[in-house]
Design a binder for this molecule. Structure first.
Ligand code: NI
Length: 173
């Protein structure tokens, strides 16, 4: 079983700006390790700390042949171009939206050894970084939707939460 339950839409931790990691110590390494296990089990590309209820600025990811990676206190200092991608989020399970973002980014951050990492990325990888950085700023992809997409998404999410309660609502037990 994955060490963490992934927080989903409606959980307030997803709306808060996460705080800088001030010290990269064993606890951060342990957190990253458990996040990687959670990501793997969820078959996702990336997972940000707020998605497991931790308000710290780090995310884990695994894309291509790179193996599991961790990015701490990331900053995007360059973004250009345009790229549209069918994007999903582990915190909004099962829903995908066409979202336009800059095609190319330059992201900087720290790895688990405290070394500076500087990556130039395009397309899917660039989208992943922007998506995870949004999580650290308390933003879900729902906020990037146009009015029509948003209406459809909210209807679907409402339908699901009503579905979970069962018809007529479930008595508390
Ligand atoms: Ni996400």
């Amino acid at each position: 079983m994955a060490p963490f339950r992934i927080r989903t839409f409606g959980d307030p931790v997803l709306r808060r700006r996460a705080e800088e990691v001030t010290e990269i110590d064993g606890r951060v390494a342990h957190l990253a390790e458990e996040m990687h296990a959670t990501l793997k089990e969820a078959h996702g590309l990336g997972l940000a700390a707020p998605q497991v209820g931790v308000g710290r600025r780090l995310f884990v990811y695994e894309i291509g042949e790179s193996g599991p990676r961790t990015m701490i206190n990331p900053v995007i200092d360059e973004a250009d171009g345009e790229w549209e991608h069918e994007e999903g989020c582990l915190s909004v399970p099962g829903l995908y939206f066409r979202i336009n973002r800059p095609k190319h980014v330059h992201i900087k951050g720290l790895d688990l050894d405290g070394n500076e990492v500087s990556v130039e990325a395009d397309e899917l990888e660039a989208t992943l970084y922007q998506h995870e950085l949004d999580h650290l700023d308390g933003r879900l992809l729902l906020e990037l939707l146009d009015a029509d997409q948003r209406k459809t998404a909210m209807r679907e999410l409402r339908r699901r939460s009503e579905g979970e309660a069962g018809p007529g609502g479930q008595p508390p037990s």
